[in-house]
Design a protein around this ligand. Structure first.
Ligand SMILES: Nc1ncnc2c1ncn2[C@@H]1O[C@H](COP(=O)(O)OP(=O)(O)OP(=O)(O)O)[C@@H](O)[C@H]1O
Length: 572
């Protein structure tokens, strides 16, 4: 049997769901009886809005006002229709989507500070307010009974269904494509960890606002599509309860997936109809959706996500290559200072976590930062990388003052860091994560080289399927791939077996010469520190108590005392 090129399979993966959706639309266009066409078109309208909800869902946010954005799109289309603007309904619908975008950004602004239920309340408030506004004033053309005109070729219900289907397919292709760009990866990343997103040089605000803007665009398209379908729109089409139902179905079916959106659209339109035919109140459909959403939330996966997981589970597990120690000595201690921190101090209320710490990391070296639990190591890393704006003192990297710069700008200036707990977004594949976190264009060769160098799993392995040790290595790989001047690794060996820690130490030793970055290694594994570092600095109670070559420093009694709490023995 001829072998299929795996790279081609990977590259075409984003087309799979949209093309399958196209097939569904084509079959339905031929097979659906005239009677059901209106409902089927409405299902596509809802599916378009659900795709948009899936975008904010990818970024880990909730929006309960999707139909308010749809109302903006519908309003725009109705107004352009009244004005007989050029471009026909097709262009008006796109304009409606674009006009909805600033509203998305406006509603996204609170998301910069609010999360979870608080954000949901804000969006619900907007939905309620929009509901009141559109109920109080008629849509354009309603007073004069002016129907939204469809162009000739989509005048029939069947052709309009095909048009709605094609619009859904094009939008889903666009969403899948954006999902594979750095913007899409930033949505996944921000959902997993805002701190790690910023540390990877990406603006958290940009990620959140772009998700809201594109989500509103999709909703605006849905509104325009609806205006063309029904001809004359009213406030009832965009009620708060409708927005809530849409959200609940997105949670249940999985709006983040093309098929989840399509399936959700089908449920929203056809379940109430089935109830009606069975002589049951249609309101029971919302109860059913609510139960489905509770079920999805309690299981932690939507229907589509569960399906995707089962498909992934059938693939063989990714086996990372063995990470054997490769030997080699410590890097030289560079002469030129790269990072210079002076008088860095941090207080948490009454606790002084850091007291006027001075630290110099030279160019071209691996330096260790050690100290007992609570010594202030992570606090120092947070202060250096910009997570503690209240920190006092000054930080200079390669002669550039970093003081006052936010986290992502410091990352852009060449300071990369990792975290004590791994922060690799589980929604991405290995190479997608590396590309995102590198924050620059990386070649396939570079990806393969860094994965091989550190012994990371294959590029198409899914992060969610990896063990903790492999994820830690991925973080290190991503930091190196970003080509920074300084990489601060906060306990990178947590989760690795001892032999693997030493193997990682061997690799770190090579980093300055091979990739041109210095490394500041925070680690409790003193074997690893001895193995990798040309110099170490010891913190205790927020102050530097010793600095120098590892063997010499670890032999000092004050260092042993800090670690062992009073015993005078040297740390061997
Ligand atoms: N958000 C916070 N609020 C109050 N106190 C804090 C906070 N974060 C850290 N501290 C305190 O600041 C001091 C330094 O903590 P830090 O986490 O920087 O130490 P560490 O050396 O990184 O410890 P470990 O090795 O256990 O990670 C500790 O006394 C800790 O309790």
């Amino acid at each position: 049997m001829p072998r299929v090129d795996p790279n081609l399979v990977k590259r075409t993966a984003m087309f799979r769901q949209p093309l399958a959706a196209l097939l569904v639309v084509v079959v339905a266009a031929v097979a659906v009886p005239q009677y059901w066409l209106f409902l089927a078109t409405s299902a596509l309208v809802s599916a378009v809005a659900l795709l948009g909800l899936g975008i904010v869902g990818r970024a880990g946010m909730n929006s309960l006002c999707q139909l308010s954005f749809a109302a903006v799109g519908a309003w725009t289309v109705a107004q352009l229709n009244v004005w007989s603007a050029p471009g026909t309904l097709i262009l008006w619908t796109v304009v409606g989507g674009v006009v909805a975008m600033p509203f998305g950004v406006l509603i996204g602004l609170p998301a910069l500070r609010l999360r979870g239920v608080h954000l949901a309340v804000v969006t619900l408030g907007f939905a309620a307010a929009a509901d009141v506004v559109v109920s109080a004033i008629n849509f354009p053309g309603v007073d004069s009974y002016q129907q939204v005109m469809r162009p000739e070729f989509i005048a029939t219900d069947r052709m309009y269904f095909v048009y709605a289907g094609l619009l859904f397919v094009v939008l889903s292709l666009a969403v899948e494509w954006v999902g594979r760009t750095r913007i899409g990866a930033s949505w996944r990343a921000v959902r997993f960890s805002e701190r790690a997103t910023a540390a990877a040089g990406t603006s958290v605000a940009g990620a959140k606002l772009s998700a809201f803007a594109l989500s509103a665009f999709a909703a605006g398209l849905a509104g325009g599509l609806l205006a063309g379908q029904v001809g004359m729109i009213t406030a009832q089409n965009f009620g708060t309860i409708g927005s809530l139902a849409l959200f609940v179905v997105a949670v249940m079916a999985g709006g983040e997936f093309v098929f989840g959106a399509l399936f959700g659209g089908f449920l929203i339109m056809f379940i109430p109809e089935f109830f009606r035919r069975a002589g049951i109140s249609q309101d029971w459909a919302n109860v059913l959706f609510g139960v489905g959403a509770v079920q999805a939330l309690s299981q932690g996966t939507s229907i589509s996500e569960g399906f995707a997981k089962r498909l992934r589970a059938r693939r063989p597990a990714a086996v990372p290559p063995a990470r054997e120690p490769i030997g080699g000595g410590r890097p030289p201690l560079g002469a030129k200072p790269l990072l210079e921190a002076k008088g860095v101090g941090v207080r948490y209320g009454q606790v002084t976590a850091l007291q006027e710490v001075d630290l110099v990391v030279p160019e071209g070296t691996v330096m260790g930062l050690i100290g007992p639990n609570g010594a202030g190591k992570s606090t120092l890393v947070d202060a250096l990388s910009g997570f503690l704006p209240s920190a006092v003192g000054s930080v200079t990297l390669d002669g550039r003052r970093l003081d006052g710069l936010p986290v992502h700008r410091r990352a852009g200036a060449g300071l990369r860091r990792t975290f004590q707990q791994d922060r690799v977004p589980t929604g991405l594949a290995v190479d997608a994560y590396l590309r995102f976190a590198a924050h620059r264009l990386v070649t396939r060769d570079e990806l393969e080289e860094i994965r091989g160098f550190l012994g990371c799993p294959p590029g198409d392995a899914h992060v969610a399927d990896l063990d903790v040790g492999s994820r830690r290595l991925l973080e290190v790989a991503a930091a190196i791939l970003a080509k920074p001047k300084l990489i601060i690794l906060d306990e990178p060996a947590a989760g690795l077996a001892h032999a693997e820690s030493l193997a990682l130490a061997d690799r770190l030793v090579e980093v300055p010469a091979r990739y041109g970055a210095s490394v500041l290694l925070i680690e409790h594994d003193l074997d690893m520190v001895r193995h990798a570092c040309a110099r170490i600095v010891v913190l205790d109670f927020g102050a530097v108590i010793a600095a120098g070559p590892p063997a010499e420093v670890l032999a000092r009694p004050e260092v042993a005392r800090a670690y062992l709490g009073g015993e005078e023995a040297a740390l061997t």
